[in-house]
Design a protein. Structure first.
Length: 103
């Protein structure tokens, strides 16, 4: 029996103010998250797995405008989508890092 209990979470480092060490903090947080997830239900038939994607770059965050605006903030920029794609392609229990973030 297989149950997909996938849950996606977006964590922003550098918002509302960016600092040069935020990429490193994001990677460390991803590694710690995967280590913590490995300890959840270790005796289960299908263990809980973790996949993390980290990407950096410019993102504009602001209040939505217009009649279709929903509550909350909107984001415009490539890094959140890139990080999501990296996490989908990452092997289980790993952190995938965008090449330009490694620099």
């Amino acid at each position: 029996m297989y149950r997909d209990l996938a849950s996606n979470t977006l964590v922003l480092f550098g918002y509302p103010e960016a600092h040069e060490h935020h990429a490193e903090q994001a990677i460390r947080a991803g590694l710690e998250l995967c280590a913590a997830v490995r300890t959840l239900r270790p005796d289960a038939d299908a263990p809980v797995r973790c996949r993390v994607g980290v990407a950096t770059g410019m993102v504009i965050i602001g209040e939505p405008v217009g009649a279709e605006a929903t509550r909350g903030e909107s984001m415009v920029g490539d890094p959140p989508n890139l990080a999501a794609r990296l996490s989908l392609s990452a092997e289980a229990d790993t952190v995938a890092i965008e090449p330009s973030t490694r620099v």
